[in-house]
Design a protein around this ligand. Structure first.
Ligand code: AMP
Length: 219
């Protein structure tokens, strides 16, 4: 099973990916996480990546495929759950070619829909665990950690992403509208796009996602 989570920034891709990964034993691939790992390197390339990520613009397709291909080579589980990839039509076409080579295909593209104002509110409150990557939100009661700045699951420290501020958010949102949102029609035409209202609780969103998967698997 191969899935794409398609959504504007802070719509809950990472949170839902974690839940889906556990339930369906998928290989969660976040290109944002792979890039943040690269950006933490103390060399020129790492510094260049850090600058791009902080600004909020998209990284070039060449760099994305270089990092992604290397990562996929090291993965045994080929049931893929993409979070934050593809971000434009060219990436989508290359992904299709890659899957075809493996005699595989995409099964579901979930579009997580949330109003821009809610996303803005979410982005400033988002905190991530440095150790396990779990996401929290200090602006939303149901998503707050039990102890301030500490992960409920692994007791790691929580941090705020450098691009989780209003200025970077505006650029990331515009990049989504300009480049990524074209994928909505693209996957709708392929009849694998499922729209999920994502301004509900994480449990409700997850239930909807699972409902679609179970229903389609029975067909
Ligand atoms: P994310 O963690 O998905 O919000 O991504 C954080 C940042 O990483 C984005 O604002 C982009 O700069 C970059 N990025 C992540 N995935 C991609 C991608 N597939 N293509 C281009 N840039 C990406």
């Amino acid at each position: 099973m191969n899935i794409i989570l398609l959504a504007p920034p802070a719509a809950g891709k990472g949170t839902q990916a974690e839940l889906l990964e556990n339930k369906y034993h998928l290989n969660h691939i976040s290109t944002g996480d792979l890039l943040r790992k690269t950006a933490s390197r103390d060399d020129d390339f790492g510094k260049k990546m850090k600058g791009i990520l902080e600004s909020g613009v998209l990284v070039s397709d060449e760099i994305i495929f270089e990092i992604l291909t290397k990562h996929l080579e090291s993965c045994e589980n080929k049931n893929l759950l993409f979070d934050g990839f593809p971000r434009n039509i060219h990436q989508a076409e290359r992904l299709e070619e890659m899957l075809e080579k493996w005699h595989d295909k995409l099964d579901f593209v979930f579009l997580l829909e949330v109003d821009k104002e809610i996303l803005k509110q979410r982005i400033t409150g988002r905190r991530i665990c440095r150790e396990c990557g779990s996401a929290y939100n200090v602006n939303i009661d149901s998503l707050k950690p039990k102890v301030d700045s500490i992960c409920d699951k692994c007791h790691g420290n929580l941090y705020q992403r450098d691009d989780d501020n209003e200025k970077s958010f505006e650029i990331r949102y515009q990049e989504y509208l300009d480049k990524t949102s074209a994928l909505i029609d693209y996957y709708q035409n392929k009849q694998i796009l499922y729209r999920i209202q994502s301004d509900q609780s994480k449990e409700e969103v997850f239930q909807e996602l699972c409902g679609v998967i179970e229903k389609e698997m029975k067909k």
